[in-house]
Design a protein. Structure first.
Length: 395
């Protein structure tokens, strides 16, 4: 069997990504995606040509991220500020509307009657299926107006860059280039940041939390993962795994941030209008809203949910069963290192994504980045008090 070197794999990654971007530019039915592909194809091609010329692979990765994610994102933000209405995905508008509602009404959510009053072809944008913390990214536009730098994606990128630079600085001794590539330049990641982006800062904060656990800083790890969970429910499995790790390694300082920040973020909308929060964060994702979520990638959970009668309940039952099995494994063989925690998170989220009745292909960026990041972490962490790691996915 031929074993490719790291640089050969880099070349293959950038070359295939260039092809993907070019095909996206020529064939995608989503105009923001086509605009991304037209710019990113050149960035990936340049990175491929430089693979054997740039000595440090991590620096090439950061430069490629700028070319294939940040540059097309800024170009789309500028064009959007100039009047183009086809330079952002719907989630960008939703997050910015959350910021506007937070300023004007004290809650980022519309109530069910308010959503019902919206014209039916625009009603989907009335739903905000994110945690309250996500509204922070919409505040710049709500406060300052329509400028390129108030685009929510710009602030997604600012938080993402800060979190990733810090995370990879903390684990730099292991040279985690493949993990860095998964979090930045993989097409699913770069495309998401450039056109929509709300998942990327959440993922980056989760990686930062794991890096902080690895570095023996559980208090700040709790703040990072708590901030992620205050923005999106996808971070809650990472919170659960790190809470288990904290309990079994007695890293008590992790708990206040990890548990407190998500709960604290819920207080204002609960006090202002609890039913609006429930309508947006729970009823709509579970298929009980006034409109149907467009997140319908053909994974097993979605396909099962389309079967009649009762397909959705079967899919939800399988998802619940999987969650129970993972929960039992967590308790029987708890993670005691950042590495084993990252693997639990990656495989657990992959299982959830495959079985969720409502899901997107882009969500796969979470397990991909988490698993690659786990491989970049050493087996032992400064915060681990135990001498023996009994986690399920120990390597």
């Amino acid at each position: 069997m031929i074993k490719l070197s790291d640089r050969a794999l880099d070349l293959l990654l950038y070359a295939l990504s260039a092809v993907f971007a070019l095909v996206t530019a020529l064939t995608s039915t989503l105009l923001p995606h086509r605009a991304w592909g037209a710019v990113a194809a050149g960035g990936y091609l340049a990175a491929a040509l430089l693979v054997y010329l740039v000595r440090r692979r991590d620096l090439l990765t950061w430069a490629a991220w700028g070319a294939v994610a940040l540059l097309p994102m800024v170009l789309q933000a500028v064009q959007r500020a100039g009047g183009r209405t086809d330079r952002a995905q719907e989630e960008v508008l939703v997050v910015e509307h959350m910021g506007e509602s937070l300023l004007s009404a004290g809650t980022p959510y519309l109530s069910r009657p308010e959503i019902a009053a919206i014209p039916i072809d625009e009603r989907l944008l009335g739903y905000r299926p994110y945690q309250p913390g996500m509204s922070i990214f919409g505040l710049p536009r709500a406060v300052a107006g329509d400028f390129w730098w108030t685009d929510a994606r710009i602030w997604f990128a600012v938080v993402t860059a800060g979190a990733l630079v810090t995370a990879f600085h903390l684990v730099r001794a292991t040279q985690p280039v493949r993990a860095l590539q998964a979090a930045t330049v993989l097409p699913v990641t770069a495309l998401t940041l450039a056109t929509g982006g709300d998942d990327i800062p959440v993922l980056a904060l989760c990686l930062l939390a794991l890096a902080l656990v690895h570095a023996g800083r559980p208090g700040w790890a709790g703040v990072a993962v708590g901030a992620a969970a205050a923005c999106k429910l996808f971070a809650l499995p990472v919170v659960a795994v790190l809470v288990i790790l904290a309990l079994f390694t007695r890293s008590w300082r992790l708990l206040p941030g990890a548990l407190g920040l998500p709960l604290l973020a819920l207080l204002p909308p609960l006090l202002v209008n609890a039913d609006a929060l429930i309508e947006n964060v729970f009823r709509f994702p579970l298929g009980h809203g006034l409109v149907t979520s467009p997140a319908q990638s053909p994974f097993p959970g979605y396909l099962i949910s389309q079967l009649e009668p009762g397909g959705r309940y079967v899919a939800m039952g399988l998802l619940g069963l999987a969650a129970a099995v993972i929960g039992i494994l967590l308790l029987r063989r708890p993670p005691r290192t950042a590495r084993s925690a990252a693997l639990f998170c990656g495989y657990g989220l992959l299982t959830a994504i495959l079985l969720m009745p409502t899901t997107r292909f882009g969500y796969l960026l979470y397990p991909a980045a988490l698993v690659f990041f786990a491989l970049a972490l050493s087996k032992d962490t400064a915060s681990s008090a135990a001498q023996r790691d009994t986690a399920l996915y120990r390597h």
